[in-house]
Design a protein. Structure first.
Length: 116
């Protein structure tokens, strides 16, 4: 089999895995965060695969946030079709939304949509 360079690819040794210094990785990750940059274009420019660059970006974000970063988690909500009396309280980082009285599925959907 002949590749686009005219060489026999069946005979050629596989490429070695790259070794990237932390400084070089930081440079590549920084380039991927520039306005208008795409991960695929940056990866191609530096001769790496896009999935490796994505992995480096995730590690960079995790390192920047540190271990004390608070992860936002969401709870599944099941809505009964029948309206009931009660109180619903949605506690968010910068506000609390309370609904008292009879709450039906439509009202709950509206409130949840408004708090996004």
């Amino acid at each position: 089999m002949v590749d686009r360079d005219g060489e026999d690819s069946a005979v050629r040794a596989p490429a070695k895995r790259g070794y990237w210094t932390s400084e070089r990785r930081q440079e590549i990750v920084a380039a991927s965060f520039e306005p208008g940059a795409s991960i695929n274009e940056v990866a191609e420019r530096f001769g790496i695969r896009a999935n490796l660059l994505s992995s480096w970006r995730r590690r960079h974000a995790r390192d920047r946030l540190g271990t004390k970063a608070k992860v936002t988690r969401f709870a599944a909500v099941r809505v009964k079709a029948m309206a009931t009396d009660g109180t619903i309280e949605i506690d968010q980082a910068n506000r609390v939304v309370r609904i008292h009285g009879r709450v039906d599925a439509g009202m709950l959907r509206e409130v949840l949509a408004a708090t996004r």
